[in-house]
Design a protein around this ligand. Structure first.
Ligand code: HEC
Ligand code: HEC
Length: 322
């Protein structure tokens, strides 16, 4: 009988350690962010004061004065996108040269080594008081920004040639089909139905795609604050779908007279309306399921461990009674 008690005690102690270890690792791992949070974060990254529908802070962002190569001033200096780039690569990416150059860092690379809570701390000024956004952004917005940088940002260097700014290895036909089915109804067959006023110039989709393909991709994936357009993220587009649409947009006229659209065979606008077919939906459903599962595993183990412990306590008590 004594032996049973000894064996049970050892087992209980081991189970206890196991549960403790599991719970500490479960707590150390951050739960994966939701798709909605990543999307919010992407929009905040573009222009947080437009996304939150608040007035931009007055004057220049404090860190702005640490550089003199980018001569913009005012609200733009407060946008993550202005300092860290539409490709998130900062001085290591598209803003390594040109009028947007600031020398500020590549947050795509930096974020891979940071936990979301580290990024939030940075946005609260933990390492650099000049980088403190806590007067303007609440913690949930900061978490969404962190979620986007860590889990939502795509490395566009894979798709855009840094010298020609043209898309690498695109499937133009696919891009054309996606454009005509999803974008044409607003931007027009030749991309000239909506005129953008940006950087002090008027431009169309074709000119934007050629001048700033990174911005085109970010906004095609995640949208523009205050604009209700179908976006790649909601349509479950892959990075390659975005790339192909960009390639097609780069072939659209960039100015001058509206081109006669013989090039483009009008297609049935209902065809391909949902580029993410059932197969994609099932796949993304499975992926979401897996993510949720790994998140739940830690808790499941805690439960099972708890039951085991309870079981052995009962065995121990019953053993003692005899
Ligand atoms: C005025 C320019 C500017 C703006 C606006 C700006 N940053 Fe930064 N950011 C910097 C500079 C400079 C650094 C590096 C020096 C430092 O840590 O402050 C940095 C560093 C970072 C880092 C790296 C942190 C680390 O630990 O290495 C992250 C992440 C980051 N910024 C995210 C953001 C996000 C998200 C926004 C938008 C809310 C933003 N930044 C807005 C200039 C800016
Ligand atoms: C429901 C109408 C609608 C549809 C459909 C639509 N857009 Fe837009 N898009 C807009 C509006 C409105 C704007 C904002 C115009 C402005 O900023 O003044 C915009 C802006 C953009 C911008 C940002 C331009 C900038 O200033 O940076 C890009 C890029 C863009 N659209 C690409 C696309 C692509 C690619 C598609 C197809 C996948 C698409 N849009 C489908 C209405 C639409």
């Amino acid at each position: 009988m004594k032996r049973l008690v000894k064996v049970s005690s050892v087992f209980i102690i081991l189970t206890g350690f196991f549960i403790f270890w599991m719970s500490s690792t479960a707590l150390a791992d951050e739960p994966p962010p939701s798709r909605q949070d990543i999307l919010r974060g992407a929009r905040l990254y573009d222009n947080w004061f437009a996304a939150l529908d608040v007035a931009p802070p007055p004057g220049d962002m404090p860190i702005w004065s640490r550089q003199s190569t980018n001569t913009r001033s005012g609200p733009d200096t407060w946008r993550c996108s202005e300092c860290h780039g539409w490709d998130y690569g900062g001085a290591g990416g598209a803003y390594a040269s040109g009028s947007h150059t600031t020398g500020f860092p590549d947050v795509l690379r930096l974020s891979t080594d940071l936990q979301m809570r580290d990024i939030v701390a940075h946005l609260q000024g933990a390492n650099d008081p000049g980088h403190d956004f806590s007067a303007y952004l609440d913690e949930s917005s900061m978490l969404q920004l962190a979620a986007f940088l860590k889990y939502g940002a795509i490395d566009d260097a894979l798709y855009i040639d840094p010298l020609s700014l043209q898309v690498i290895a695109a499937d133009l036909e696919r891009g054309r089909a996606l454009y005509l089915s999803t974008c044409r109804r607003c931007h027009g067959e030749d991309g000239r139905s909506i005129l953008f006023r940006s950087e002090g110039i008027d431009e169309y989709l074709g000119s934007l795609a050629n001048r700033d393909p990174w911005r085109f991709l970010h906004r095609t994936r995640f949208g523009v604050a205050g604009t209700d357009m179908p976006i790649g993220y909601d349509l479950n587009w892959t990075a390659e779908d975005g790339r192909d649409v960009l390639a097609f947009a780069q072939s659209l006229p960039t100015g001058g007279e509206i081109a006669v659209s013989e090039d483009y065979q009008p297609v049935d606008s209902t065809q391909g309306e949902a580029p993410a077919g059932p197969a994609d939906d099932v796949l993304s459903g499975i992926l979401t399921g897996i993510a949720a599962f790994t998140g739940a595993v830690g808790y499941a183990v805690l439960f099972i461990g708890g039951f085991l412990l309870l079981g052995f306590l009962v065995v121990l008590l019953l053993g003692r009674r005899k």
